[in-house]
Design a protein around this ligand. Structure first.
Ligand code: HEM
Length: 424
């Protein structure tokens, strides 16, 4: 049966093109339900009013949209003016209603101290130690895939591999690793976006309580053992984090679980879809597998798994010629900055051999730039290297049905189903 509660794609596009620019409100799930609508809306904002004030959003209240690459960089590099701590880092106040402290939503100096405490877990020498385990797990997952049969890439590959990557990072009990997937989904299931992952806020908090209890057990085991290079051991032993109150421990765990999970997973699914929709690029990759190194950042740009981050102005400031006032909500739309033709050539094309593929905002910028960016890139690189060793013909992993997006969200961009067949 046709869903009549939402405008059709055509209606939505028409509405976006005809709305007076001052009244355009991009923080609207109806816009995000339809990719073309979202990109059209951001295109208009970048051209007509790149630092744009919306006074009328019913869910989130008034907010500024920063839509150009250079303006986003400017906001990101002034954390003393644009705070992550005041009201959180998403357009919805206080982090999707979670309201637990985590260092992504802190300002210096506390942010810097906590970030430094966990940084060694993703430093190059530790990543090199994790590499062999990630190769081994990735090979195992790929070798177990059916040939000539339709299956859901998201579940069999993207979720499984991302969950395994996190389990390695936490040194998490292997047989329980899918708990990490569930906790990530529960933590990011915002009530306001109408998510179906949990039935109520009570259920959500109860499940996150289980998460805290589980990790507290791991903490207690590790705090009394010699320090190791997994994340729990690092948090338990570092002077900056070892006296954290339980809710702050939970917050930082959720940050690492959610930060690493949906984002990397959706890049694994989105990348395969992008290659299928751009067969010329898929052919290029098969002819020159060494292009994996530029393919990966392009996938991450193209997918932009987190559409935005938010700041709150601590004082009056000017951005792009507009006067922002103390207390204002400032939303940096990475999805738009990543399609800004002033910063990226042919931004609306998926091109796997770009000269400057890391010129994107999917990991943010400045002091909060994604801590796990090298880990995510490494996992994606290993995945594509191993895919091409097994299946090196263009479109050999073929998308054979309609991709199903995750619950509509104005923060996360991803897929829950991607039906594929590996052709022999
Ligand atoms: C921060 C994106 C993977 C851990 C961030 C931010 C973004 C982001 C946009 C905020 C940046 C800002 O405010 O300037 C992504 C994407 C990923 C990914 C697109 C995958 C493709 C990971 C992984 C981990 C991770 C694998 C770790 C396990 C973090 C942490 C922060 C962060 C801890 C907070 C950094 C801080 O506040 O200093 N990420 N992330 N992320 N990410 Fe990631």
């Amino acid at each position: 049966m046709m869903d009549t509660t939402h405008p059709t794609n055509e209606e939505m596009l028409k509405r976006i093109r005809s709305t007076p620019i001052g009244q355009l409100d991009v923080a609207d799930t109806d816009i995000f339900r339809n990719e073309a609508a979202a990109f059209t809306a951001f295109d208009r904002l970048r051209r007509e009013d790149p630092v744009h004030y919306c006074a009328t959003n019913k869910l989130y209240g008034p907010y500024w949209s920063i839509t150009k690459f250079k303006d986003i960089v400017e906001v990101e590099t002034k954390p003393q003016i644009f705070s992550s701590e005041a009201k959180g880092i998403t357009i919805e106040d206080n982090l999707l209603g979670l309201n637990v402290p985590m260092f992504i939503a802190m300002d210096p100096p506390k942010h810097d101290e906590q970030r430094m405490a966990v940084s060694p877990s993703v430093a190059p020498d530790n990543l090199a130690k994790m590499e062999a385990a990630i190769y081994e797990r990735t090979r195992k997952v790929l070798d177990g895939l059916p040939i000539g049969e339709t299956f859901n890439w998201v579940d069999r590959v993207s979720i499984e591999l991302t969950t395994q990557m996190l389990a390695i990072l936490f040194d998490f009990p292997w047989e329980d690793r899918r708990k990490l997937t569930r906790w990530s989904e529960v933590a990011s299931a915002s009530e306001e976006s109408g998510s179906s992952v949990v039935a109520s806020q009570e259920q959500r908090m109860a499940e996150l309580g289980e998460c805290l209890a589980y990790f507290t057990r791991l903490w207690n085991e590790r705090v009394n053992a010699p320090p190791k290079f997994d994340l729990i051991s690092m948090l338990a032993h570092s002077p900056a984090t070892r006296n954290m109150p339980p809710m702050e421990y939970l917050g930082n765990l959720l940050l690492l679980i959610v930060g690493g999970n949906d984002t990397t997973r959706n890049s694994m699914s989105g990348g395969l879809l992008a290659l299928n929709r751009n067969p010329e690029e898929y052919r290029k990759l098969c002819a020159r597998p060494e292009l994996v190194s530029t393919l990966i950042p392009e996938i991450i740009r193209w997918q932009t798994p987190l559409t935005h981050m938010r700041r709150t102005a601590l004082e009056d400031a000017t951005v792009g010629g507009k006067q922002i006032h103390k207390g204002d909500k400032v939303v940096m739309w990475y999805l738009s900055g990543n399609r800004d033709p002033e910063a990226i050539e042919q931004p609306d094309s998926f091109i796997i051999d770009r000269a400057r593929p890391r010129q994107h905002l999917s990991f943010g910028f400045g002091i909060h730039r994604c801590l796990g960016n090298r880990l995510a890139e490494m996992q994606l690189r290993i995945l594509w290297e191993e895919i091409l060793k097994r299946w090196n013909k263009p479109m050999q992993i073929e998308v054979v049905g309609e991709p199903v997006p995750t619950d509509v969200s104005i923060l996360f961009r991803g897929l829950k189903e991607l039906p594929v067949r590996i052709n022999a």
